[in-house]
Design a protein around this ligand. Structure first.
Ligand code: HEC
Length: 168
């Protein structure tokens, strides 16, 4: 082999070598375990135990951050404004499942294993307002939480309105 040819091959080799080594990584023939998974950090998700209390002085913006041991007391008087708002909000957020009169016979009710509760029957009418409020916040069984859809004030408006529906 001539001197020239050898030098040519050497240059080609030098150019190709990094490329080939790069390919080894691309096709994962050589693997370096980079820590790319956020779950590997030493942190605790909000759904994991131990349950952390929020820092002192922090204000939850979507309602309850920690479920209280007692039912919250309804702070919203059932005046005309609250009932009007409650009626509109009920139509938007509850009626599809619980029905216009609250009987649990809305158009979506057939899609649940356990039908949506009759909200004007003996069970729910006997519950504290705060219990219905918490159902809106946390959901219940197959009913999803609606905390993101309704502000705290709006949830109480719905509860107030529910209480005016004829009992059955
Ligand atoms: C997508 C359907 C759906 C919507 C919307 C919905 N619910 Fe429900 N709800 C259900 C179902 C289903 C159940 C029964 C769940 C079970 O028993 O597993 C239920 C149960 C309940 C209960 C009974 C909880 C208990 O303690 O027994 C209350 C109270 C309630 N819903 C209130 C509401 C209110 C108020 C709204 C509107 C802000 C609402 N729901 C919106 C489906 C819905």
């Amino acid at each position: 082999m001539s001197m020239r040819m050898r030098r040519g091959l050497l240059i080609i080799g030098l150019v190709l070598a990094p490329f080939i080594i790069g390919l080894l990584f691309t096709y994962e023939l050589i693997k370096i375990p980079f820590p790319t998974d956020m779950a590997q950090q030493p942190s605790v998700g909000y759904q994991e135990s131990p349950r952390q209390l929020p820092p002192v002085g922090s204000v939850p913006i979507q309602g309850l951050s920690v479920i209280p041991e007692e039912f919250p007391i309804n702070p919203v008087p059932a005046d005309e404004v609250s009932l009007q708002r409650g009626e509109i909000l009920y139509t938007i957020h509850c009626e599809v499942c619980h029905g216009a009169e609250g009987y649990g016979d809305g158009p979506l009710s057939g899609y649940f294993d356990r039908t949506p509760q009759n909200l004007v029957g003996p069970q729910i009418t006997a519950e504290f307002d705060g219990s219905v409020y918490l159902t809106i916040v946390q959901g219940f069984g197959q009913m999803m939480p609606l905390a993101e859809n309704l502000t705290p004030r709006e949830r109480w408006d719905v509860v107030n309105y529910l209480r005016t529906l004829p009992i059955r």
